[in-house]
Write a protein that binds this ligand. Structure first.
Ligand code: B12
Length: 213
């Protein structure tokens, strides 16, 4: 079935994308479903960029449209009282400045009640460890879009082991190139390359934490 929202996003048709988002909100679609359609649209933008049908400016345009989508969705993201106070450190790994996906996940987590410490982009493995120490976070989320930066995530996990923190922190990696192989290579606990799976994982971690109390 053709997804009109995905197509509008892929065509970089801002007006139509935002109109369809408004329509879907009114029709009762969840924020996660709407974001997922948009993400698939941006994926097509990336493919068109790779095929030289789109330019770098088009990638930047997709970012602008996605920000507009998030502005519409923000008031509709449901809160979950049981997550109050659970602390998460998030950042994009060293060498990588992609942050759209990370920011979407942060939006959703904060709106759900999680306390998220956003380290931004191009974050060194040492900075991640420092932040976990400072905040006593129990979840570390690392975003990666550039395949050649995946090695630095393994370094983060190794440093957590060296610091004696590995048992205290669940590591979640996310982004376009992550898969089971990346999870195993880096030593992470979970991986997600779409918003539905990402939010399922955070719920699962929450349940594990509640069971262990
Ligand atoms: C937009 C974009 C850009 C924008 C980024 C703007 C920004 N502020 O982020 C700009 C123009 C700056 C850019 C630059 C570059 N880009 Co770029 N970019 C993209 C593009 C088209 C979309 C990425 C995106 O934002 N998708 C939408 C979001 C919503 O999806 P997402 O990131 O996957 O996030 C979702 C999930 O993965 C997950 N998630 C993400 N992070 C996390 C974290 C956690 C903890 C969890 C749980 C989940 C999670 O949830 C999100 C919500 O659904 C992709 C193509 C693609 N298919 O991904 C290329 C792509 C990632 N870029 C690429 C490249 C090569 C570059 C450049 C090197 C280009 C250049 N020649 O200069 C530079 C890199 C600069 C750098 N050092 O980082 C390649 C990477 C190839 C590779 N495998 O290594 C891609 C795949 C394009 C391609 N096909 O060639 N890019």
């Amino acid at each position: 079935m053709k997804d009109e929202l995905q197509i509008a996003m892929a065509d970089l048709d801002e007006e139509r994308t935002l109109m369809l988002v408004e329509e879907r909100v009114k029709a009762g679609y969840s924020s996660v479903e709407i974001i997922e359609s948009c993400r698939r649209g941006v994926e097509v933008v990336g493919e068109k960029y790779s095929d030289s049908h789109y330019y770098l400016s088009d990638l930047i345009m997709s970012e602008e449209i996605l920000k507009g989508v998030m502005r519409i969705l923000e008031p509709y993201i449901p809160t979950n009282p049981s997550v109050k106070g659970l602390s998460i450190v998030m950042g994009t790994i060293e060498g990588d400045i992609h942050d759209l996906g990370k920011n979407i996940i942060i939006y959703l987590l904060r709106s759900s009640g999680y306390q998220v410490h956003d380290l931004g982009v191009d974050v060194t493995p040492e900075r991640f460890i420092q932040a976990v120490n400072e905040t006593k976070a129990s979840i570390l989320g690392i975003s990666v879009l550039l395949s050649f930066c995946i090695g630095s995530i393994k370094k983060v996990v190794d440093l957590l082991v060296d610091a004696g923190l590995r048992d205290k922190v669940k590591v979640v990696v996310g982004g376009y190139p992550v898969n089971q192989e990346v999870k195993e290579f880096t030593g992470a606990d979970f991986y997600a390359n779409d918003v539905t799976e990402a939010m399922r994982i955070y719920r699962e971690i929450l349940e594990i934490k509640e069971d262990s109390v």
